[in-house]
Design a protein around this ligand. Structure first.
Ligand code: IPE
Ligand code: IPE
Ligand code: MG
Length: 260
């Protein structure tokens, strides 16, 4: 099943976002401020992940998608990349049992073929173990890029069209079914920590109508209260999806629907 596109059909919205996507940024600066090596910030970042996953599960958020490693992060110094890979392995080894015990389904999206076989195997096993959990779907975006995602979907659609010749059948729905996050509704709320105000090649297709929230807080300092602040800000937004404010008011909709 694929969720319908926000540009095709206006989605239902609630006070608590159903899907939150986060660019977890500022680990390096958090560490540098404390005269620690940058990688110390990544280690502390894992603690923040734990806190935010727990808070989302408690709050009733259904999907949490975390940007852990972008397709551009390979450009970093080799030692930092290797540290991040080791940290990913350790976190998978240590946390998957706990996620499972708490009813959390784990998914990892991105071009996983670039990871070594051991990491790929750990990911496959963690996904299989937690596959039937329904409380919260936690997605880790690793070696993920929004452009990679759109291209791999386009390639699959092109192959399909070459087989069946049905080019006209390629619509938003068909496209979204081939994206890495096809199992999730589009994010309601996008959060970026660390003070920068950019997407950095995260979910380019899916952010079409997402609400954005930027905070100066560095990721290792982002906690349950920070998440509550972001959700409170989201709760004050008016999501119009192209309509006017007046169209969102129930009584005006009644009036609009009266025959003249
Ligand atoms: C985000 O923190 C974590 C990853 C990109 C892996 P950074 O490492 O980008 O931290 P800053 O932005 O340099 O402070
Ligand atoms: C984005 O953070 C990627 C992740 C959080 C994994 P970066 O720190 O890599 O973003 P840029 O390169 O500064 O935009
Ligand atoms: Mg950064």
């Amino acid at each position: 099943m694929t969720y319908s596109s926000s540009t095709v059909r206006v989605p239902d919205v609630a006070a608590v976002p159903r899907h939150i996507a986060i660019v977890m940024d500022g680990n390096g600066r958090w560490a540098t401020q404390r005269r620690l090596p940058r990688v110390a910030g990544h280690t502390r970042g894992v603690d923040a992940v734990r806190a935010v996953v727990e808070a989302c599960a408690r709050t009733g958020v259904e999907y949490l998608t975390l940007f852990a490693f972008s397709s551009e992060n390979w450009r970093r110094p080799m030692e930092e990349v290797s540290f991040l890979m080791r940290l990913f392995v350790t976190a998978l080894e240590r946390e998957v049992g706990k996620l499972h015990a708490n009813g959390i389904r784990l998914r990892v999206v991105g071009d996983l073929s670039q990871f070594d076989a051991r990491i790929q195997d750990l990911i496959r096993r963690a996904e299989a173990k937690t596959a039937r959990n329904t409380r919260l779907t936690l997605t880790i975006a690793a070696n993920y890029g929004g452009r990679w995602d759109i291209l791999q979907a386009a390639r699959k659609l092109a192959e399909q069209a070459a087989r069946d010749g049905q080019v006209g059948a390629i619509d938003e729905q068909a496209f979204a079914e081939h994206l890495a996050l096809s199992y999730a509704p589009e994010p309601d709320l996008f959060i970026r920590t660390g003070g920068d105000t950019r997407i950095s090649n995260f979910l380019l297709w899916q952010l079409a109508y997402t609400e954005f929230y930027f905070t100066e807080t560095f990721w290792p300092d982002f906690d349950a209260q920070s998440l509550a602040d972001a959700i409170a800000s989201y709760g004050r937004r008016e999501r119009r999806f192209g309509r006017t404010s007046a169209q969102l008011e129930p009584q005006s909709q009644d009036v609009d629907s009266l025959p003249c």
